[in-house]
Design a protein. Structure first.
Length: 238
């Protein structure tokens, strides 16, 4: 099975840091973030990885990852102008030869990917999304009745009935036929696939995820990925 790692974003919310180093190459815990992604995929038996990169930053990734042999995997590259996640996958679609994984390259998680793949196949899905029921909403949320009276309020709650996308998809080749719906997988393609009545499933997990899309999230990822000594204790999620 192949994994297509989306790592061509500009990382504008991490500017000016990303003016000097691509988001996926930011060092965390003594090594570039992308190393954690490659190791995670390898741990779940995915040894063929295609990096979807922008031409602006591809050389930095290639110089570090090379052919993947130092990680015990095979790494290839699809390099295009920055055009959006769906467009990047479309450009690399000739490399799809069966069930495949799409992995957002700025995400770290302990999700059981092997179990997710088994779930996907058992459902006969065209696409399965990893959804976390353990993520806090960044805002206070409320519910009001028809008269405007507040019936419920919680500050930064976890709302398991509204699971959050982790940024990992397991897909079948048929998913590729929808890539012309727009430039973005999440905003354009997935709603179209669902609207057409295709079998799209959610693999639920209590595992939260850590991405490095902003400085706040980057600090969280640094804390969770640092050596055990000195790490802040993460609150348990039940």
């Amino acid at each position: 099975m192949k994994a297509f790692v989306l790592a061509g974003g500009a990382g504008t919310r991490l500017s000016p840091l990303t003016s000097y180093v691509p988001k996926g190459m930011i060092p965390i815990g003594g090594k570039p973030f992308i190393d954690y992604v490659v190791s995670y995929l390898s741990k779940h038996g995915i040894k063929n990885i295609l990096m979807l990169l922008s031409d602006a930053h591809s050389e930095v990734f290639r110089n570090h990852l090379d052919d993947g042999s130092k990680f015990g995997v095979n790494i290839g590259y699809s390099i295009t102008p920055r055009m959006g996640t769906a467009a990047a996958l479309k450009e690399a679609s000739a490399h799809v030869d069966g069930t495949f994984v799409v992995y957002y390259g700025d995400v770290f998680t302990e999700l059981d990917l092997s179990e997710m793949i088994r779930y996907h196949k058992s459902k006969g899905a065209v696409c399965t999304l990893a959804l976390s029921t353990g993520v806090k909403i960044d805002y206070g949320v409320g519910r009001v009745d028809r008269e405007g009276r507040i019936q419920y309020f919680a500050e930064k709650p976890i709302l398991p009935e509204y699971p959050v996308s982790i940024g990992i998809y397991v897909c079948e080749p048929g998913f590729l036929t929808y890539l012309s719906a727009g430039p973005d997988l999440a905003a354009d393609v997935l709603p179209q696939v669902i609207a057409k009545g295709e079998k799209v499933y959610g693999f639920l997990t209590k595992e939260r995820h850590y991405d490095i899309g902003s400085f706040k999230q980057l600090d969280e990822a640094k804390d969770i990925l640092k050596p055990e000594k000195g790490r802040k204790k993460q609150p348990a999620i039940y």
